[in-house]
Design a protein around this ligand. Structure first.
Ligand code: MCA
Ligand code: AMP
Length: 505
């Protein structure tokens, strides 16, 4: 039997007693523990009726068990569907109806409310929590500690990750075993990962960065992770002397720079700091270098493509650029409307092609077709250019997207929710500079004449509808939205008006 992705993990797997995870309290999960627990859980999934190709939707707090569940799904040939713990029931309802999972796994505290929406699509519900509680853990405890990995080829799906859409509807990006395996192998090479590495892991494990980039690179090298439940600057600095590398969103770096204990000595044991998911300010790059002596390595990726580019391990890590296309990934800059390649140095849309690029959007063949050129290049929607030395620069977004603390927020989705509030005529949602989150979400709203709606009313209405990170940090009321002659809302003018409200411009 071959299981394409898990076989890649097995290749470099060290002995059973080698450390895979170390928790903040010093508890260790060895590679042997990982093999046994993922086998227990894979057997539990099978016992719950999960068959190869079934979707397993998971919304649980970050804990070793959640990571084992990902590996159990891979081994069982199921499609892992991780969900941000911030998602509301309304958001989950959409994901379940679209993905039609066989099984939903959630925190024990949410079982009742989640069961109500999962049952609508005929999905069974189990629970799992960090302390070992939960119905799936109970079934796993009673099942076999060995499991024969299900046969899966390179093109079989390993995961579906939902990514919000410019139309306001989330799309499920289908990622194959080889999409994930190829990216893990390439990143291992370009970032020089070895079995001796210890990765400081504080990212959530329901998105590409923390789940695939960090975890899969660790697994294909047989290295270890210091596994934190969440980002905490004090904890990061306490553990850094025992780590060799860290992966983070720019907010991690901005927050660590606020900490007085961030010094050359505190980072002396580290060999690599990687940043991605959102633009890293050149100023943060510069300050980090001055305080620690390390040049942060910035890379660029997407849920649909895994990682596309990286600054070099050896050579100049240039602030404000995302480096070179990864080996095996072709990248070009084109004229957005026609797809015609542009001369070097000109700004256009970034397109990519390679084994890292996803298989399309779940049950959306038309949408998938629209995002690819006829020669197989995927249109990222990011605007960029390539400089004379070959470094890729991201200079803006062709898509209407806000990135807040590394989380994507599609304005259309938020506008749709605000427009549905009684008393609202229309709204425009924008991102403006924010000192902590990079960009902060702001809503500009036109209300009906005589309506007494307040900022607090709008925010209250969104509480059960949208994950907290998507909710506007501020709401402003105006009589009219600025529009161009075509009637399109001029968001650039709104960004100018509200650009300094978080104390930055
Ligand atoms: C939390 N809040 C946020 C965010 N996170 N608001 C806006 N944007 C956010 N990212 C809310 C909280 O609910 C809270 O609301 C208030 O803001 C302050 O929360 P705080 O305690 O300061 O936040 P935190 O819990 O410390 O979280 C901040 C964080 C976290 C550590 C930056 O958001 C995070 O881990 N981000 C990483 C996201 C990530 O992994 N992205 C990768 C996606 P209140 O006080 O009102 O309750 S993968 C990807 O993008 C591609 C593929 C790639 O290239 O990697
Ligand atoms: P996601 O949908 O969460 O996968 O987010 C992908 C988007 O994040 C990309 O299309 C980019 O707009 C953005 N992104 C990721 N890494 C970087 C980076 N290093 N610099 C600028 N934008 C980035």
């Amino acid at each position: 039997m071959t299981n394409h992705l898990f076989d890649q993990f097995r290749k470099q797997m060290p002995g059973a007693s080698a450390r895979f995870l170390e928790l903040p309290d010093g508890a260790i999960v060895t590679y042997g523990d990982m093999l046994a627990r993922s086998a227990h859980l894979a057997n539990a999934l099978a016992a719950r009726g999960v068959r190869p190709g079934d979707r397993v939707a998971v919304q649980v707090e970050k804990c070793p068990g959640a990571l084992m569940l990902y590996l159990a799904c891979v081994r069982a040939g199921a499609i892992f569907l991780p969900l941000n713990t911030a998602y509301t029931l309304a958001e989950l309802d959409y994901f379940f109806s679209d993905a039609e999972p066989q099984l939903v796994i959630c925190d024990p505290g949410r079982e009742g409310e989640i069961s109500r929406i999962a049952n609508k699509v005929g999905a069974a519900v189990d629970t799992l929590a960090g302390g070992g509680e939960g119905s799936l853990n109970e079934i796993a405890n009673l099942s076999d500690p060995t499991f024969t990995d299900i046969d899966r080829g390179p093109d079989d799906l390993a995961a579906i990750l939902y990514t919000s859409g410019t139309t306001g509807r989330s799309k499920g990006a289908m990622l194959s075993h080889e999409n994930l395996a190829s990216n893990a192998r390439v990143l291992t090479d370009v970032w020089r990962f070895t079995a001796a590495d210890v990765l400081l892991h504080a990212l959530p494990i329901f998105h590409t960065h923390g789940l695939f980039v960090a975890t899969n690179v660790t697994l294909v090298t047989g290295s270890a992770m210091l596994f934190l439940p969440r980002f905490d600057a004090d904890e990061m600095l306490r553990l850094m002397p025992r780590a060799t590398c860290m992966m983070g969103v720019p907010t991690f770096y901005a927050r660590l720079l606020q900490h007085p204990r961030l010094t050359r000595e505190a980072t002396a044991h580290m060999r690599l700091f990687v940043s991605g998911s959102a633009p890293l300010l050149a100023d943060v790059h510069q300050q980090w270098r001055e305080r620690t002596g390390h040049a942060i390595l910035e890379r660029y990726g997407m849920t649909e493509t895994n990682m596309n580019t990286s600054n070099p391990y050896e050579g100049d890590r240039v602030a404000g650029t995302v480096g070179f296309p990864l080996p095996g990934t072709a990248l070009r800059i084109t004229q957005p409307e026609t797809g015609d390649p542009l001369p070097q140095g000109e700004i256009g849309v970034i397109e990519v092609k390679g084994p890292n690029v996803f298989q399309g959007y779940w049950r959306m063949p038309e949408k998938t077709k629209a995002e690819f050129r006829s020669d197989g290049f995927f249109i990222t929607g990011d605007l960029g250019k390539i400089d004379a030395r070959g470094y890729v620069h991201i200079v803006g977004r062709g898509k209407d997207l806000v990135i807040s603390g590394g989380y994507n927020v599609y304005p259309k989705e938020v506008e749709n929710e605000i427009d549905a509030i009684p008393g609202v005529v229309e709204s425009a949602v924008i991102g403006v500079p924010h000192p902590d989150f990079g960009e902060g979400v702001v809503a500009v709203v036109v209300k009906r004449p005589g309506s007494a709606l307040s900022e607090a009313d709008i925010l209250r209405s969104l509480t059960d509808r949208l994950a907290k990170f998507k909710q506007p940090k501020r709401v402003f009321f105006v009589d009219d939205l600025p529009r161009n002659t075509m009637g399109k809302v001029q968001k650039n003018r709104l960004r100018e008006t509200y650009g300094a409200i978080f104390g930055q411009s």
